[in-house]
Design a protein around this ligand. Structure first.
Ligand code: NAD
Length: 442
């Protein structure tokens, strides 16, 4: 079932009528149509300002194909986006710079434009004033995301540890690109400089595992990895063998009909990989919703087993077997229900919150081996899973986001493929929400 309001809003005449009668008019989002490349920005005008990182940020924007302008917008149809370095902020007075910079420019940002702030993380801050100003950036970014979301504009904050500035380029590229269309209103942390690599053919020569690949987010993820040059192990339950065989033959991957809860799952994955496994993506997941008083033990157990226990078991076995080389990645799929909780989902939310705990832990512990572990937390994504939700709740799920719409499987896939790449190798233990700034968990 598609989003009717979004398809009406794509037509300028019906959009005006919708607006006149007070219906939500979600802005159709611009999404990437080609592979990752060094220069994906199409000659737009970008404003870049702030502290000592300003020049390197401007260099990244130019390297991506953008034009960095001061205030002269002649020849441009507005600003494609703004990047502001606030890493030098140390007192409440410094926040005035935000107003001075954004106030005259914010209305010039084009539809589906981008705002990225760079700040310092809370950890290691000098005193209450410095800690306060760092938190203030989060509040500012989230509010800007809400104000600009109706135009399809995203606003995010990259927090970077001192000494980890070399790790900013990858996430900055992702956030400025149309690949991050449904990522907005959140801080993303950069904790190390990570590894360098090419932006063309992002996963060329790599083997990755995607669980739950037969449909939905997993299928989109497998296809996106393959488009970036990866050999994909397409794992899903044996009953989906037809779907994963078709998928694997279309993308040059390997079908792996296997229940992830099988005690021999890790061994079977190692055999299918037949060499190093550069990335693992734990996407397989189920819901078995009931309020707790009506939920029997079976519904509880199967949800925890598929969504959490098997993820812990299989990942630890693969890591202990040395299957993931330095430069590799582990990406887990959580949910905003794991952040905010949800009625009827005590089992699911516990499993997805557990995924967040594991991400934080592995983010630190695997870092020493050169392996990055991060997670995505999808919000409302248009898949068979959300098609099964009653109409009223489904409609609320769509509209309760800053972007006024649900995301697509490709939005989560793009985030996963980025988090599995060298571009995210300076990120450790992040949970990137792909939720359009959903009210739940925001
Ligand atoms: P989906 O139901 O469309 O697809 C899930 C896939 O996982 C299916 O192909 C299924 O066969 C497979 N799977 C289930 N149990 C398995 C097992 N034991 N072993 C191997 N494969 C198994 O779901 P989706 O909407 O694409 O969601 C994918 C992931 O994203 C899940 O982890 C889900 O919890 C998470 N998520 C989805 C949304 C959303 O809005 N769709 C929101 C938040 C989180």
């Amino acid at each position: 079932m598609g989003d009717t309001l979004l398809s009406w809003a794509s037509n300028s005449t019906s959009r005006k009528m919708m607006s006149a009668v007070g219906l939500p008019t979600p802005q159709p989002l611009t999404r990437a149509t080609s592979r990752w490349c060094a220069a994906p920005l199409e000659h737009g005008a970008w404003a870049v300002a702030g502290g000592s990182l300003r020049d390197s940020l401007a260099e990244t924007v130019r390297g991506m194909g953008g034009t960095v302008v001061d205030d002269e917008l002649d020849g441009f149809n507005g600003l494609s986006g703004v990047v502001f370095d606030a890493t030098h902020f140390s007192s409440a007075e410094d926040l005035r710079e935000l107003h001075a910079f954004f106030h005259p420019r914010v209305r010039s940002i084009v539809k589906c434009g981008r705002v990225v702030l760079i700040g310092r993380s809370h950890t290691g801050s000098g005193g209450a004033g410095e800690a306060a100003v760092r938190s203030a950036l989060v509040g500012f970014t989230k509010s800007l995301s809400k104000e600009l979301g109706r135009k399809g504009i995203t606003a995010n904050l990259l927090t970077v540890d001192a000494g980890a500035e070399g790790g900013v380029e990858g996430p900055l590229r992702f956030l400025l690109d149309s690949r991050s269309a449904f990522v907005t209103g959140q801080p993303i942390h950069v904790g190390s400089s990570g590894h360098q690599g090419s932006w063309d053919g992002l996963h060329e020569g790599r083997t990755v595992l995607v669980t739950g690949a037969a449909r939905g987010i997993g299928e989109a993820t497998a296809r996106t990895f393959a488009a970036e040059g990866a050999r994909v192990l397409c794992l899903d339950v044996p009953s989906t063998v037809g779907a994963i065989e078709t998928l694997a033959s279309e993308i040059g991957g390997v079908p792996l009909p296997l229940d992830i809860t099988n005690p021999n799952a890790a061994q079977r994955i190692l055999e299918a990989a037949d060499g190093p496994l550069h990335g693992i993506v734990h996407n397989a997941g189920i819901t078995r919703d009931k309020t707790l008083g009506k939920m029997d033990q079976k519904l509880w157990d199967v949800t925890i087993e598929v969504n959490l226990a098997s993820v812990l078991r299989v990942t630890e076995s693969l890591v202990n077997a040395g299957a993931i080389p330095s430069g590799g990645s582990v990406v887990l799929v959580s949910s905003i229900a794991g952040i905010a909780g949800n009625t009827g989902q005590t089992n699911y939310a516990a499993s997805k919150a557990g995924i967040i705990g594991a991400t934080r832990q592995w983010g630190e512990s695997l870092r020493a081996d050169g392996i990055a572990c991060n997670a995505v937390a999808p919000g409302f994504i248009e898949t068979q899973m959300t098609d099964a939700i009653p109409f009223g709740i489904r409609e609320a799920g769509r509209r309760l986001s800053n972007l006024n719409q649900g995301g697509l499987p490709i939005d989560v896939a793009e985030a996963v493929v980025f988090l599995s790449s060298h571009g995210a190798s300076g990120m450790h233990g992040n949970v990137m929400r792909v939720c359009g700034g959903n009210l739940l968990g925001a």
